[in-house]
Ligand binder design. Structure first.
Ligand code: SAH
Length: 362
């Protein structure tokens, strides 16, 4: 018999399952507390449930569907990167980043990614499938347990492998459990869904009955440059994307973060900073600049501190709230997709080559 993965159930469905087992309704609250507050995956440890009921759960269900296949710890900071193996053998990456007063968990929404952004490691492998809500929650719960920081502030960012809005249904199902007080009890301040495109789906997420923040991977100041960096994500124009981002904010949500990966020679000239400044001036956005994190074999370079400073100085007077994201876990393949690709290479699977790219006249 195929065992039911409990984290794939909504909390309502979990209640129905437990009562269909002839248990009193409060049992489901006990079970949910073990699953999401205590992060327990062994039914044997759920000691306030009757022994026979634990045995039944063990036989008919499972509390997690992933196992960690590889963990890498950075020698320079407290970043830990996990390669998780799913029930069907597919693998995804998640990253645990610990800062002084908070912990950020970076999770995947798909195995591989159907988009083809030329700077992204995930795009070099093949897209395999969407993750289920249960597999998304498994990553979060496993990392949270690993962090051992029940009382610390935990942030979750959907910035691992995949495009969350191309798996919107399962992402929304996971968000519901993340928001629920009986689930992970997290507010929109602590959850960021990061997307590269899809204005209609941004609106759908804005209208959905879930709380989260939104980040939009802009990465270029104009459509022409964006098309070269992110060909598939550029099916929609920057205007259409920013309109959708404004809709998200108008629907009562937090300011949208525009992510902008800084790649020397491609998108960080003074003219680029000026265009980006004009685009964001007095808009309900925050701007997060991400110095490009090179892979093992890569045609692009990390920007120098001087190049970053020059770009920031030019933007600061005009753009809204500018921050620079400092790379973490640089020594452990921590850019999204890097560890996954390394593991695919070990399995001797072919990996797509990225085309090298240079912009004419720059
Ligand atoms: N598909 C989603 C989420 C995954 S990528 C999205 O595009 O938003 C998460 C962020 O990492 C994006 O802003 C992306 O532009 C950025 N990114 C991807 N590869 C990177 C690299 N090598 N160095 C720095 N940032 C990178």
């Amino acid at each position: 018999m195929n065992r039911i993965h409990l984290r794939n159930l909504s909390l309502d469905d979990l209640r129905q399952l437990v009562t269909s087992h002839g248990q009193p309704e409060y049992r489901y609250r006990q079970l949910a507390t073990w699953m999401y507050a205590r992060l327990e995956t062994s039914f044997a440890q759920m000691t306030d449930l009757p022994a026979e009921y634990r045995a039944r759960l063990e036989a008919e269900t499972r509390a997690t569907s992933i196992r960690s296949a590889l963990v890498q710890e950075s020698a320079t900071d407290h970043t830990r990167k996990f390669l998780f193996e799913l029930g069907d053998g597919a693998r995804v990456e998640s990253v645990l980043m610990r800062y002084e007063h908070r912990t950020t968990l970076c999770v995947s929404s798909q195995v591989g990614c159907p988009l083809d952004c030329i700077f992204c490691e995930t795009a070099k492998g093949n897209f395999q499938r969407n993750l289920t809500a249960g597999e998304i929650l498994d990553q979060i719960c496993t990392l949270k347990a690993e962090a051992g920081a029940q009382d610390q502030k935990i942030n979750v960012v959907f910035m691992g492998m995949g495009e969350p809005l191309l798996n919107l249904e399962e992402v929304v199902r996971a968000l519901r459990v993340m928001n629920d007080p009986l689930g992970l009890n997290m507010s929109d301040r602590r959850i960021t869904v990061s997307t590269s495109s899809f204005p209609e789906r941004i609106r759908e997420l804005a209208d959905a009955d879930v709380s989260c923040s939104l980040a939009l991977s802009l990465n270029a100041p104009d459509d022409e440059t964006r098309k070269q960096l992110m060909p598939k994500a550029s099916r929609f124009t920057i205007d259409e994307l920013l309109d959708a981002a404004r809709y998200f904010v108008r629907s009562g949500r937090r300011r949208v973060t525009l992510e902008y990966v800084l790649i020397p020679g491609l998108n960080m000239s003074i003219a680029d900073a000026d265009t980006l400044g004009r685009l964001t001036h007095r808009q309900p956005f925050k701007l997060n600049l991400i110095p490009y994190n090179p892979g093992r074999v890569d045609p692009f370079q990390r920007p120098s501190e001087e190049e970053i400073d020059r770009f920031v100085a030019r933007l600061l007077p005009v753009a809204p709230a500018v921050t620079v994201r400092r790379s973490r876990g640089v020594d452990i393949d921590a850019a999204c997709g890097q560890l996954w690709n390394a593991s695919l290479n070990e399995k001797k699977k072919p990996v797509k080559e990225t085309a090298s790219f240079s912009r004419g006249g720059d």
